[in-house]
Structures are given as structure tokens and as C-alpha cells.
Design a protein around this ligand. Structure first.
Ligand SMILES: [Zn+2]
Length: 320
């Protein structure tokens, strides 16, 4: 699938004939008038900020008339959104961008995405959501296909009021972004970390592992030779198994875990999570950079990229 930029004419057709306000998710509609809207009107950046719409019809008029290059709404609710003042609360967001994934199963050049890495991002989003619900007892979890990846948006009241540092801790927990104090604990963060670390380790080749400071080549080769056994040892947190690898010392193991944690933390953009005044691409709107529809995903397990392809793209493909 060719993901090329939409022309101004294609944007106009999209907003005239295809865009539908009913595709704006309820969790945004219900608080529409409390959100700040931002727009990139011509592809030069989202500089048209501080917009407020009291009704969805006002937003509809704007979209149809201006056919913006990109449309965004704040994750925050404000008393005075048009001044970005009177912050009330914010959704908790995990941003998984396929182009920034530290490990991808495709061979896209940097900055590009394809169907395969978007599917990699989808799997990461599901994994994160499972931890959010299973470990952190959060249940109002919405998935949005953003054009180049996925947003996981949590609207449970218990997280809406959190401060930046608390949000930072959640993103570390969910991604497995820090080494736990005790790697062997059966449940909780220790278990999440081991799962993420094993997943990351499994996807790395010898060349990537050679980049770890403090790990000798011979140790890496041994780990790679018996990858299944090494994986199981990491996943189960069995220290005696881990240290049975020749040359694996406490220090070496720490270096390995630190390396895996750093890679893990790259699966979500932590800066987005801690920013309680962030604007995110509006579900229903067009991502003009890739000519795809940003959409709420009701069934993430069976999400198909075709469902986000706008009509004008299907028609331009037919013409060829
Ligand atoms: Zn790709």
C-alpha cells in the first residue's frame, strides 16, 4: 500500500464527502467543549491552536470549510480551553509510533512505516493495554489508529487527575522501562519487566547485543547459541539458570538488563504520556501525510488497515 501525502483537493473531497462527526468517539464528544482543538491548516505544522467548539456542529462547519491538513484535540479538559487555562484533568495516553519502534519486523527506512510495522505497533498496544487492565485495574481503555501507529487512551477517573511524575511511573511500568529492584518476584512489575525483557531479547540479533557496554563477545555468543534456554531463564527470573551461562557475572547480567530496559522504554513515547496538555490527532480526521484516516479501533485484535483507508485513496488506486 502506497502511503503518500494527500493533495489539498483530496483533503477537500475527504471533508466534503467522507468525514463524519459520528466517527468522533463518545469519550471526546462528551467533553468536546472542554477540550482545546489544534489544527495544521496547510501542512506547515499544528500552529492554529487555542480553538474551542461548544457544539459538534461548530466543529463540523470548521472541518468542512477548512479541510485541515491535520486536526488535533487536547487530552486535557479545561475550564477555558480557548485560553488553555483552568486545567481540570487529562486522559492517560500511551503513544506507540510504528516509525519509532526500537525493533521492527520490516525493513522500512528510518521515518517510514509500512503495514508490517504498523501491525508490530498494534501488538505492542495490545500488550500495554493488557498490563493497564490486569495490573493497574484500568478499564476505560480506547485504542486509536493514528496514521503511523496507535494511541492507547485511558479515561478512568483514577488516572485523569495524575501528575506528570505519576504518569511517568506508569509508562515505565507498562513498557518495562526500568530494571526492578528484585527481578525474581512472581508477580507485579518484576513479572512485567521479565516478559518485556524476554520479548526484546528474543527480537535482538548478535550484532545489536554487541552494542552492550560491559558484555563480552563470548558471553553474547553463548547466550545466542542457547537462546531458548536464555530466554526461559529471563522470563522465569531464575537466577541460578542465568548464572549458569559461562562468563555471566552479576555485573554482566546488570548490564544486559539495563540495555534491555532502555530498549523497552522506546516502545512508547514517554514524553507524550507525561504531557498533560498534549494535543492528539482527532479520531475521524485525515492524516494527510500518509492519506489514512485516524480512527477509533473497537476491535484491536482484528484491526485491519484497510478500514482506515479513505475513499479517495481507493479511487486513486483503481485509476492506476
Ligand atoms: Zn515498516
Amino acid at each position: 500500500m502506497m502511503m503518500r501525502e494527500a493533495t489539498p483537493e483530496e483533503r477537500r473531497i475527504f471533508y466534503k464527502e467522507e468525514w463524519n462527526k459520528r466517527e468522533i468517539p463518545d469519550f471526546i464528544l462528551h467533553s468536546l467543549s472542554l477540550r482545546e482543538f489544534g489544527f495544521d491548516l496547510d501542512g506547515t505544522g499544528p500552529s492554529h491552536r487555542y480553538n474551542q467548539f461548544i457544539t459538534v456542529e461548530q466543529l463540523e462547519n470548521f472541518m468542512r470549510n477548512r479541510a485541515p491538513y491535520s486536526a488535533f484535540a487536547s487530552v486535557a479538559l479545561y475550564e477555558r480551553p480557548s485560553a488553555r487555562e483552568g486545567w481540570l484533568k487529562s486522559e492517560l495516553v500511551l503513544d506507540i509510533d510504528a516509525k519509532d519502534l526500537p525493533i521492527r519486523s520490516c525493513s522500512c527506512p528510518p521515518g517510514k512505516v509500512c503495514e508490517r510495522c504498523i501491525d508490530d505497533a498494534r501488538k505492542v498496544a495490545m500488550e500495554f493495554a493488557e498490563t493497564l487492565s490486569g495490573d493497574l485495574d484500568l478499564h476505560n481503555i480506547h485504542f486509536v489508529y493514528s496514521g503511523r501507529g496507535f494511541h492507547v487512551r485511558v479515561t478512568d477517573e483514577s488516572v485523569m487527575g495524575l501528575e506528570q511524575n505519576e504518569r511517568g511511573q506508569i509508562v515505565e511500568y507498562v513498557t518495562g522501562g526500568v530494571v526492578p529492584t528484585d527481578i525474581t518476584m512472581a508477580l507485579g512489575y518484576s513479572k512485567v519487566f521479565r516478559e518485556r525483557a524476554a520479548r526484546t531479547f528474543n527480537a535482538l540479533n548478535e550484532e545489536r547485543l554487541l552494542g552492550i557496554r560491559g558484555l563480552r563477545k563470548t558471553v553474547i555468543q553463548r547466550l545466542m547459541c542457547e537462546k531458548e534456554r536464555a530466554l526461559k531463564a529471563i522470563r522465569d527470573g531464575k537466577l541460578d539458570e542465568i548464572f549458569s551461562f559461562e562468563g555471566m557475572s552479576q555485573k554482566t547480567f546488570c548490564s544486559l538488563l539495563g540495555f534491555l530496559a532502555r530498549i523497552n522504554s522506546g516502545f512508547a513515547d514517554g514524553k507524550v504520556t507525561i504531557d498533560t496538555k498534549r494535543i492528539l490527532r482527532l479520531p475521524s480526521s485525515l492524516h494527510s501525510g500518509v492519506s489514512m484516516k485516524c480512527t477509533l479501533v473497537r476491535d484491536i485484535e482484528h484491526f485491519k488497515l484497510e478500514s482506515a483507508v479513505p475513499k479517495f485513496v481507493r479511487e486513486r488506486n483503481d485509476e492506476k
